[in-house]
Design a protein. Structure first.
Length: 182
C-alpha cells in the first residue's frame, strides 16, 4: 500500500522520506521532546540519529507495511518540518508523535491525531488503537482524553528521562465511528 499524504485544515502530513532526516536532526534533539519517549531513543542524540531512525527503521517498516510515518508541516509553510506522527501495528503501541515546542499549544497535534486515527480505522481497517505514554506527559494525556480514548493499563516503564509511571490508552473502531456519527 502506498502511504498517502493526509491533510487537515492547518496541516500537511506527508509520508516520511529519506530527505526528512536532515530537518529531523535539526529540530528533534531537545530534552523537552525526548524525555517522555521510550528509553530506546538514544540520548544524547547522536549526530546521525535522524538518519539512523529514518533509513534504518522508519522507511524499512513502511516498506514492510507494518508502520506509517508522516512528517507534520504547516499548510502555510509546507517546506518546514515541525514534527512527526506515526502508526504501527502491534498490541500496545500503535501511535506516537512529537511536535517542536514552538508549534505546541495550538491544537495542531490533536488535529494530526484525529486524521491519522481515522486513517487507522477507515483505511487500514484496524479494530483497536492503543497509545502508550508517560503518565506525566499531560499534553499527550489530554489528546487521548479529548479523542474519546480510555485508560486501560497503568504501570512503570523506562523512558529517556528514566523509569516512571506509564499508561496505555485505547479506543476501538466502533467507539471511534460512533463518536463521529457513523
Amino acid at each position: 500500500m502506498e502511504i498517502p499524504q493526509l491533510d487537515t485544515s492547518r496541516l500537511l502530513l506527508r509520508p516520511l522520506i529519506r530527505e526528512d532526516a536532515v530537518q529531523i536532526q535539526q529540530v528533534f534533539p531537545r530534552w523537552e521532546l525526548v524525555r517522555y519517549l521510550t528509553h530506546l531513543v538514544p540520548w544524547p542524540y547522536p549526530e546521525d540519529g535522524a538518519q539512523q531512525f529514518v533509513c534504518g527503521s522508519a522507511l524499512p517498516d513502511m516498506q514492510k507495511g507494518v508502520a506509517w510515518h508522516w512528517s507534520i508541516r504547516p499548510r502555510t509553510q509546507p517546506e518546514k518540518l515541525i514534527g512527526l506522527i506515526s502508526l504501527r501495528l502491534g498490541e500496545e503501541d500503535n501511535r506516537g508523535f512529537w511536535l517542536i515546542p514552538e508549534w505546541q499549544g495550538q491544537g495542531l497535534m490533536s488535529e494530526a491525531c484525529q486524521r491519522v486515527t481515522d486513517f487507522w480505522f477507515r483505511d487500514l481497517q484496524q479494530t483497536c488503537l492503543r497509545v502508550p505514554k508517560a503518565a506525566d506527559n499531560l499534553a499527550s494525556r489530554r489528546i487521548s482524553e479529548s479523542s474519546g480514548m480510555r485508560l486501560v493499563w497503568s504501570g512503570r516503564k523506562a523512558y529517556v528521562a528514566g523509569e516512571m509511571d506509564a499508561e496505555i490508552w485505547e479506543i476501538n473502531r466502533e467507539e471511534w465511528f460512533r463518536r463521529h456519527g457513523e
